[in-house]
Design a protein around this ligand. Structure first.
Ligand SMILES: CC(C)(COP(=O)(O)OP(=O)(O)OC[C@H]1O[C@@H](n2cnc3c(N)ncnc32)[C@H](O)[C@@H]1OP(=O)(O)O)[C@@H](O)C(=O)NCCC(=O)NCCS
Length: 158
């Protein structure tokens, strides 16, 4: 780790869609950024929630019954290797578990070494492969992790 940062996480409502989109655009390869409109739409869908990290990170996740999915996880280039990605992921897991999810899934580009290292360290295991999943023809790996049951309540902890 480059240095411990003061991590400050907050829930992201559709009002924060522009901030989330700016972070997503800064972090993702050209052509893969999501617009503020699409992020606002996602955040309005049942089971979808987002978190912002004040130093420059975001996560979007969706819960459906007892399963959850990381839709997007991004940390601005200048804010990386300070624990933000791991903190965003852990809080998304905690909130998903609080909404009843027992498993978290995600897709990651096979060549995305940084994200694969982060997910492996967080306990994610490979479950499958989606061939030519990305626009550049790269395969996606499907990763998953069992979530612990929790009594976490979003109404009382931010
Ligand atoms: C992947 C990403 C979210 C990581 O964010 P981050 O804030 O830098 O991650 P953290 O600082 O919490 O890293 C946690 C651990 O993950 C691993 N890790 C993170 N980045 C790494 C890198 N570039 N190389 C190797 N390991 C890395 C390390 O084990 C790290 O712990 P350490 O710093 O103590 O060694 C960030 O690189 C990013 O936004 N990338 C572009 C978008 C993306 O790929 N999103 C995921 C799509 S599935």
């Amino acid at each position: 780790m480059a240095g411990a940062a003061a991590i400050s996480l907050m829930p992201a409502t559709p009002v924060a869609a522009a901030a989330l989109a700016a972070l997503h655009a800064a972090a993702m390869p050209a052509g893969e950024a999501w617009s503020a409109e699409s992020i606002a739409t996602e955040l309005g869908l049942p089971g979808v929630f987002g978190l912002l990290e004040a130093g420059g990170g975001m996560v979007l996740a969706r819960v459906a019954a007892d399963q959850a999915e990381i839709l997007a996880l991004a940390v601005a280039p200048g804010a990386r290797r300070a624990g933000r990605g791991a903190a965003l992921l852990a809080e998304a897991e905690r909130r998903a578990a609080g909404r009843g999810a027992r498993q978290m899934f995600l897709e990651v580009a096979e060549g995305n070494a940084a994200a694969r290292a982060l997910y492996a360290r967080a306990g994610y295991r490979p479950l499958g492969r989606r061939r030519a999943y990305y626009a550049n023809g790269e395969d996606a790996l499907v990763l998953g992790k069992a979530l612990a049951e929790t009594t976490f309540c979003e109404a009382t902890i931010v």
